[in-house]
Ligand binder design. Structure first.
Ligand code: PLP
Length: 386
């Protein structure tokens, strides 16, 4: 714990945690370990604890060390995707008959995983607006939940939940509090320090940061839950491959710089859109008019790179989504390039017609790190065509 790689400032940890130079060659960047198996000094004589690629890999360990250091957690586990990480956590924490209380605009795939995969094994799900703590309390009084699962900022409506207060509420009710920290990233928000039990990530987004690697992670302090999730990582096998782990590690080194720039650009775009006559509503927690602005200002060190925008109707939203040149029409978010998404038919198509459906007049922007003048000019010409 006294190793400065784990206790120094955030940017220092991002560059150095898990990244000690290779002792054999002095290579400053630790090599990527592709080997699936490890020579033993006599039966059971493992060097460094590695035995077989599914149970452990030094490149994956490096990423897990880096992730734990950034979220301020004792343990991290890296998986092949965000949903694989979620699956391991849910199966580690839940049994048949248990229920998850889920935020009302979480990632559609999280709802699908619980309702349509784990549902068949007896796991229940209820949905509540997590930014409304009165509603959360009422839902817990109605019936116990094993897990409270929240995204803040949420996807795609950027609702803000007070993590510290939600954690108290959840703990009083005997529930585990899980925060999907994908949108904020640890550079802007650290849920464990605010009282949450587990942080979940789709590292595919800001942590990887370059739209070139799919991955997911869990970060947590509880020893027992960690042991169970680690067992599932090994026994089920949805591990990150070595090259995926390495690309994610490389992306993370510039996380703080990127998040600062994403936040600056998104803020400028939110202000530009707020002043445009074709725009009905802007969803961005950095705007003082956002209902969660004060909480976000308290628990985040920047407001992030996602801006959602409400147009007059679904037809205008679709037209905007299809009229930009620099913003590319694509799913996902969190990369250096700006993307445009029409949630109702793209990322959130799986929750259409459910309580999690996204209003059809909403478009979500993942604001990249390009020159802000170019991004605004692109949106301006697209809005002119509505
Ligand atoms: C993308 C995403 C996920 C799922 O992660 P994958 O890496 O696509 O499996 C989970 N939560 C949020 C908030 C996401 O944006």
């Amino acid at each position: 714990m006294t190793d400065p790689r784990n206790t120094a400032g955030f940017e220092t940890r991002a560059v150095h945690a898990g990244q000690a130079f290779d002792p054999a060659t002095g290579a400053v960047i630790p090599p990527v370990h592709f080997s699936t198996t490890y020579a033993q000094d006599g039966i059971g004589g493992l060097r460094g604890g590695y035995e077989y690629g599914r149970s452990g890999n030094p490149t994956r360990t490096a990423l897990e060390t880096q992730l734990a250091a950034l979220e301020g957690g004792a343990h991290a586990l890296s998986f092949a995707s965000g949903l694989a990480a979620e699956d391991a956590l849910l199966r580690a924490a839940l049994g048949p008959g248990d229920e998850v209380l889920l935020g009302s605009d979480v990632y559609g795939g999280t709802y699908r995983l619980i309702a349509r995969v784990l549902g068949a094994w007896g796991v229940g799900v209820r949905v509540v607006d997590m930014s409304d703590l009165g509603a959360v309390r009422a839902a817990l009084e109605e019936r116990a939940a094993r897990i409270l699962w929240v995204e803040t900022p949420s996807n795609p409506l950027l609702r803000i939940t007070d993590i510290a207060r939600l954690s108290e509420l959840g703990h009083d009710a005997g529930a585990l509090v899980v925060v999907d920290n994908t949108f904020a990233s640890p550079a802007l928000q650290q849920p464990l320090a605010l009282g949450a039990d587990v942080v979940v990530h789709s590292t595919t987004k800001y942590l990887g940061g370059h739209s070139d690697v799919v991955g997911g992670a869990l970060v947590l302090n509880d020893e027992e839950l960690f042991a169970q999730a680690k067992f599932l990582q090994f026994a089920v096998g949805a591990v990150s491959g070595p090259l995926d782990a390495w690309l994610t590690t490389r992306g993370i080194k510039t996380l703080a710089l990127r998040m600062r720039r994403h936040s600056e650009n998104a803020h400028a775009i939110a202000e530009f859109l707020s002043g445009h006559e074709a725009v009905e509503r802007v969803y961005y927690p950095g705007l003082p008019s956002h209902p969660g602005h004060d909480i976000a200002a308290r628990q985040m060190s920047g407001f992030g790179g996602i801006v959602s925008v409400g147009l007059a109707d679904a037809a205008s939203a679709r037209r905007l989504a299809e009229s930009t040149r620099l913003f590319q029409l694509a799913e996902s978010l969190g990369g250096v390039e700006s993307l445009m998404n029409y949630p109702d038919e793209m990322t959130h198509a799986s929750v259409r017609g459910t309580e999690l459906a996204v209003p059809p007049e909403v478009v979500r922007l993942s604001v990249g790190i390009e020159s802000i003048d170019d991004l605004i000019a692109d949106l301006d010409q697209a809005l002119d065509r509505l």
